[in-house]
Design a protein around this ligand. Structure first.
Ligand code: AMP
Length: 418
């Protein structure tokens, strides 16, 4: 690369600039607020995990099979950048002995995830998720609870108009027999399916129901439905989840083709879309129960349920529906010293900082240009400093809105600005 060529950001990742952050911060604060209201506590897990942890629980899903950022560290360890949070949160639940505390552990996490997919709007290689997990209880009430958290969060952000798709995929007891039925149904149709579906027919036939490729669509309607083949426990849980959602006034749309690509998911699955989204639009959130995950990771069998929602998409959606987020100014007070008065300006700033956010404009430019910057910054006051002011330890305090200007002793500035 020639030296003159600036080095740009990696493909598929992006900066969240100061102009983006207020909306993101609002979305994060709303998530923290909802999580707290439901009694969920924050957890932070590493961005890197053993590749095996991710691969063992995500085999045959795109996020792992095709999109995993996998690398060796300098010690030759095979590591992966996390493509989702659940595997790591469950690992931390055991390693941190949360399983010995009152159950379930109600946890949430906000942070970056990584998938090597084809970047487009709403799809990035580094993206952020709100992840909510209730681990250590099989109660269907928790399925409804995490769904309510997701819906409440979106609602609080002004995204009341969403559609939730809901399904169940049974469990280790009833699913194997159902998968046999599904395979038996699809085998005679194998040649008509697209290549991935042909392969998945034997390895992971549930994914055939989720396939979006046009040539595979006509066969779905007559495919056997798991809801007709649930064991007693799964049927009872399925009824309970719907009853609880009804009682909470949460609307849902039963979608017999909604499945999760990960093997450890059991029973409830759900996805949340913008209300007027067509079939191909990306989900705002998705989740479900994963009673087989802990065991897949090598821990004692432990039930859990949760969801993940993409902050990139949610913030884009908030912007699209025109919800206004008012950004606080970068600084309430801007100190504008004449040239050569840096030391005094820094001292005045320090005094004002007791009560307000303060920035100093050290650039050598005209007062007019400095006032323009103050306006752009949204500062409420400017503090003008001349050599004469510094001698008398005074400053000219100007209120931007009114234009009123008064001479104030430095020590009186905090009282004036409070
Ligand atoms: P998943 O783990 O695939 O169910 O994803 C959960 C949520 O994360 C989705 O509903 C999206 O909101 C978000 N998400 C997943 N992949 C991406 C991506 N590549 N870029 C942005 N958001 C994503």
């Amino acid at each position: 690369m020639p030296r003159s060529e600036p080095i740009k950001a990696v493909r598929g990742v992006r900066d969240l600039l100061p102009r983006d952050r207020p909306l993101w911060r609002a979305a994060e604060l709303a998530a923290v607020d909802v999580a707290r209201r439901f009694g969920y506590e924050e957890i932070t897990t590493p961005l890197i995990e053993h590749a095996e942890l991710i691969e063992r629980v995500g085999e045959d899903t795109d996020a792992v099979a095709k999109e995993l950022y996998r690398f060796e560290d300098r010690g030759g360890r095979k590591l992966a950048l996390r493509p989702e949070a659940t595997a790591g949160v469950v690992r931390a639940y055991f390693e941190g002995h949360l399983n010995q505390e009152p159950q379930p552990a109600r946890l949430y996490l906000i942070g970056p995830m990584f998938r090597y997919n084809r970047p487009q709007k709403g799809r990035y290689r580094q993206f952020f998720q709100l992840d909510v997990e209730a681990i250590g209880s099989g109660s269907p009430a928790l399925d409804a609870e995490v769904i309510e958290i997701a819906i409440t969060w979106l609602h609080d952000l002004g995204l009341g108009e969403v559609r939730m798709d809901l399904n169940t995929i049974g469990d280790a007891k009833c699913r194997p027999a159902y998968l046999d039925l599904l395979r038996a149904y699809y085998r005679p149709l194998k040649d008509k399916l697209h290549a991935d579906c042909q392969r998945r027919l034997e390895t992971n036939p549930l994914l055939l129901l989720d396939c979006k490729v046009p040539q595979c669509q006509p066969f779905k309607v007559d495919a056997p439905r798991i809801t007709d083949h649930l064991c007693e426990e799964c049927a009872a849980a399925w009824a309970a989840v719907r009853r609880l959602l009804d009682a909470a006034g949460i609307e849902y749309h039963l979608d017999p083709y909604l499945v999760r690509g990960l093997d450890y998911y059991t029973r409830t699955v759900f996805e949340i879309y913008p209300a007027r989204a067509g079939g191909s639009q990306d989900a705002l959130a998705g989740g479900g129960r994963y009673d087989g995950l802990a065991e897949a990771e090598g821990w004692p069998p432990t039930p859990g349920v949760g969801f993940a929602s993409g902050l990139d998409r949610v913030t884009e959606m908030v912007k699209a529906v025109g919800v206004e987020v008012i950004a606080a100014p970068a600084a309430d007070v801007l100190v504008l010293p004449d040239a050569g008065l840096e030391v005094a300006a820094a001292e005045v700033a320090r005094i004002c900082r007791a009560v307000r956010s303060v920035a100093v404009d050290y650039e050598a430019k005209s007062l007019k240009a400095k006032m323009r910057s103050a306006n752009k910054l949204g500062a409420r006051w400017v503090v003008l400093l001349s050599a004469e002011d510094v001698k008398q330890r005074t400053a000219q305090l100007k209120e931007m809105a009114s234009g009123d200007q008064v001479a104030v002793a430095w020590d009186d500035l905090p009282a004036r600005l409070a």
